[in-house]
Design a binder for this molecule. Structure first.
Ligand code: HEM
Length: 564
């Protein structure tokens, strides 16, 4: 009985709850309907475009929030690894404004004459005062900011070696080096990355192997003749001792060497091309708002039109030469070889044009400024000048009568040590720079994608921890038993030609070229620094003497007053 009642109650409860839930469903349905109606009213009240704009704003907000918080998150990644650094002064400039302010403060103090008879102040502290300050505050490896990009300053030998060992295509030349520089470098080997770079390097590298450079010594001797003739004329005209601004002559020699090495018998036409490249480079390095705002590069301003015209002329001159070469017998110089390999490249004409331009930029000023610093250091250190000359005269025989050939140049060990010590004290390239194109592990370091790695070559070359207390002194003798015996951590302490997979392709050519020039000069002339030489290494993409190099030059075997 009670059971029946229970069942009934349960059924009634069930009916009741069914009715309630039906009512609820109806209410819910009405609510849902209302919401849809409401929302339809909203859509009607506010046009769809407003809703879309709202969504776009929300997405943009999220992107900006991610962008703005990225530096903080990256900073945190480095801090967790024990790497700290100066806080960015603003989100947009990073540490750039502080860097500029310190540079101005030093410039306002005037260019210091920091040349000393037996040593050189570490000019890097004057040229890059911010790095020195930050290194003292944050240690050998620290993080700073170039706008919104993290930049790691690396002087720790272990980390430098890791960068040198890395062969991954996920690390390469920073993209900022290419932006706006297309007319000068195009997609050539210097700034390319990934498979495109690897393909080009494979073709170009053999052109500068020692076996090729061996055959270039006669063209170097030929390229030195105008300099020798003009110095002889000046010395004879001055009745014994001439004051000469030698840096322009040395640059002209180097220009001729690279023209002859690249274009062989066509070197005079090559010179025409390189002269236009020089003009183009001059135009593009003029400070201008056009290059700060990328889209302005496409405006037909007078300057842009000149840039475009030069770029077109250079391209068509190189391609004309290449067409002539294809029709004639193959010549085994740089141009001949890259024309031959261009067929396997995706864009053969670009490959030829861009790499001719790249070799000019890579190989002209760097070798010239190295030879200029060598002359300056030999002028300032007569004992080393005498030793180097004695070696040249001995190797070339007959009092230096014979023109040097490759084997003779290779036997000039003292001269080799002088060149190495010059590259240590004044490396033309102040930085080896890389960018990580994805998150990477370098030894113990985890570097997020988009990190710049800056190895300050000149600072590392002057580091007393690696080179000892005489680091700032000119002492070629330290290289007597090679680089390994000259310093601690040789892989990470001496890198005038860069690091690892991207190391300089022209280093054999450069060293033989500088030694050959010094040999022919030393065999004929003795020189000292002019009293008005002002020692002031300046950073203008490469480290060069700010006020040029003036020497007092006389013929070998005569004294300062010109008498035997
Ligand atoms: C004393 C003279 C020279 C110095 C100090 C020098 C220095 C350098 C440095 C520091 C690099 C960058 C390496 C890196 O990022 O790790 C480089 C790259 C390069 N250099 Fe030189 N260089 C000199 C002369 C030359 C000459 C004469 C040529 C050719 C004729 C040349 C061709 C190149 C090329 C093609 C690269 C790009 C390599 C690549 O990215 O794969 N260099 N050089």
């Amino acid at each position: 009985m009670r059971e029946r009642e229970n069942i009934q109650t349960h059924r009634e409860r069930g009916r009741k709850s069914d009715t309630e839930s039906k009512k609820g469903r109806e209410r819910g349905g009405r609510i849902h309907l209302c919401m849809v109606q409401e929302s339809m009213m909203t859509m009607e009240g506010f046009p769809l475009s407003l809703v879309l704009v709202g969504s776009a704003v929300a997405v943009a907000y999220l992107c900006v929030a991610a962008w703005v918080s990225w530096p903080r998150r990256v900073g945190e990644i480095f801090r967790r690894q024990g790497i700290d650094g100066p806080p960015p002064s603003s989100f947009f400039s990073g540490n750039l404004s502080e860097m500029q302010a310190r540079l101005h403060a030093v410039a306002d103090g005037g260019a210091r004459d920091d040349f000393q008879r037996d040593g050189f102040d570490d000019y890097c502290k004057r040229i890059f005062p911010y790095f020195d300050k930050w290194r003292k505050a944050y240690g050998d490896t620290y993080l700073y900011w170039l706008r919104q990009r993290p930049a790691l300053y690396v002087t720790d030998p272990e980390l430098i070696s890791e960068i040198g060992r890395c062969v991954s295509l996920d690390m390469g030349k920073p993209t900022y080096l290419r932006k706006g520089q297309e007319p000068l470098f195009g997609g050539g080997v210097l700034k390319a990355n990934g498979a495109c770079w690897a393909r080009q390097r494979k073709v170009i590298a053999p052109e500068f192997y020692m076996a090729k450079v061996r055959g270039m010594v006669p063209l170097m001797v030929a390229a030195a003749q105008p300099l020798l003739r003009s110095w002889e004329a000046a010395v004879d005209g001055a009745k014994g001792v001439a004051a000469l601004d030698v840096d322009a002559d040395v640059r002209s020699f180097s220009f001729d060497v690279i023209s002859r090495a690249c274009f062989g018998t066509d070197h005079s036409r090559g010179r025409e091309i390189f002269l236009r490249l020089r003009a183009l480079s001059g135009l593009m390095s003029e400070p201008s708002v056009i290059f700060a705002i990328p889209s302005l590069r496409y405006l037909p301003t007078a300057k842009n039109r000149r840039i475009w015209r030069l770029t077109r002329e250079i391209r068509s001159l190189i391609l004309d030469l290449a067409r002539g070469r294809r029709a004639a017998t193959a010549e085994r110089d740089f141009l001949g070889s890259i024309i031959e390999s261009s067929g396997d490249q995706p864009r053969p004409d670009d490959f030829v044009v861009d790499n001719c331009k790249n070799i000019y930029f890579a190989g002209h000023e760097t070798s010239a400024v190295t030879a200029t610093w060598c002359l300056m250091l030999l002028a300032a250190h007569p004992e080393w000048q005498d030793r180097a000359r004695a070696e040249v005269l001995e190797v070339c025989g007959g009092g230096g009568a014979a023109e040097p050939d490759f084997d003779m140049v290779s036997r000039m060990k003292t001269l080799g040590m002088v060149v190495q010590e010059t590259l240590r004290l004044f490396p033309p390239s102040s930085f080896v720079v890389r960018e990580t194109f994805r998150d990477m592990r370098l030894g113990r370091l985890h570097a997020p994608k988009g990190t710049y790695l800056f190895v300050p070559v000149s600072a590392v070359h002057h580091d007393k921890a690696s080179w000892g207390p005489t680091a700032s002194r000119f002492d070629p003798g330290r290289f007597r038993d090679g680089v390994a015996a000259a310093c601690k951590h040789p892989q990470a302490a001496f890198m005038p030609f860069g690091l690892g997979a991207r190391t300089c392709l022209g280093q054999n050519l450069a060293i033989v070229e500088v030694k050959t020039l010094l040999a022919v000069v030393l065999a004929r002339f003795a020189f000292t620094l002019s009293p008005d030489y002002r020692h002031s290494p300046a950073f203008r993409l490469i480290i060069e003497p700010e006020f040029g190099l003036r020497l007092l030059v006389r013929r070998v075997g005569t004294t300062q007053d010109g008498c035997n």
